[in-house]
Design a protein around this ligand. Sequence first.
Ligand code: GLA
Length: 396
Amino acid sequence: MTAATDTTPAAAHQAAAAAAAGFAAVHGGAPDGVWAAPGRVNLIGEHTDYNAGFVLPLALPHTTRAAVRRRTDGLLRLHSAQAPGAVVELPVDALAPGAAEGWAAYPAGVVWALREAGYAVGGADVHVDSDVPAGAGLSSSAALECAVAAAFADLHDLGPEPAELALLAQRAENDFVGVPCGVMDQTASTCCIAGHALFLDTRDLTSRHVPLDLAAAGLRLLVVDTRVKHDLADGAYAERRAGCERAAALLGVPALRDVPLDGLEEALDRLTEPALRPLVRHVVTEDARVERVVALLDAGDLRAVGPVLTAGHASLRDDFRVSCFETDLAVEAAVTAGALGARMTGGGFGGSVIALVEEDAVDRVAAAVADAFAAAGRTAPRAFTAVPAQGARRLA
Ligand code: GLA
């Protein structure tokens, strides 16, 4: 079990210096600045953000850093410490979906989305470095997009609000990279503040920072990366999203968020495609779980959040069917070992699990999950405790 990534000013200074050194080694000279944007875990509210529903994510201390220097010749020159090798060079005027592949499509897509939105953004030298685990359901893509978006917005004095930057980053992922994600991850990465979860209404993008001081309550949020690769581009995510949209159309509502909890049974009866019923049941009950968790946090009743998390997992496993053997195993082992509650977080099909645990049970719960994985012959999971951290910001 590792502790959360260091969030002290000294650590931020060191991360900025490392990004600047990486920049100098690839591009020569110093960057104009260094920006950081975090990954996230979602406390509750899964697969609700493309149904105009509620989510409750928090930013992780893990970030992607972007060291950036403007260029005057219209070239975008991209390099990543996580993909060592040649610099990817693209003329900004020629940016269009399909113009970049792999990791480079994310930063290139952000520059494209900014230009599409009418912002006069030119070329730049870019070096990125990240400690957000990739493919772990912790939003490494959003961290990359949002670090680059924050850098370009600042450098060109564009002034969009963090929530607008999130929409631009989502546009990059939807239309340039080609992943039909919702807006949760990018909004968490740009808008979250330390010590709080972000209660976001994805219909009108209004949000509220909800205090989440786990340590004061003697609790910890354990994050377990199951090491099962999670890839949203593989079609299953898009399939779930299409199913939800079809169900909403059949029910005659703009989005599944508009099906009230007390009208759920009636709506399920009315749905002419029975295969879509579990999707609707998940989304409608999940929105209610988000509201319940927010009410519990507001009331300071943090321990009561646990069972709501576990109920959310059951819904994702049985109704929405986006869990997998390893996420189910981690949840079950954590709860059996005494976690107050646990659930998969993020898109699913692998990725990470969160568990709400008493502080003196952290090691026991982490060990129980590791033992269960060993007994099942699975790769050892990675676990750390997370505190709600700050959203995108300039480091240097
Ligand atoms: C991924 C997507 C988000 C959201 C979650 C599921 O993380 O990027 O937009 O849909 O899955 O809640």
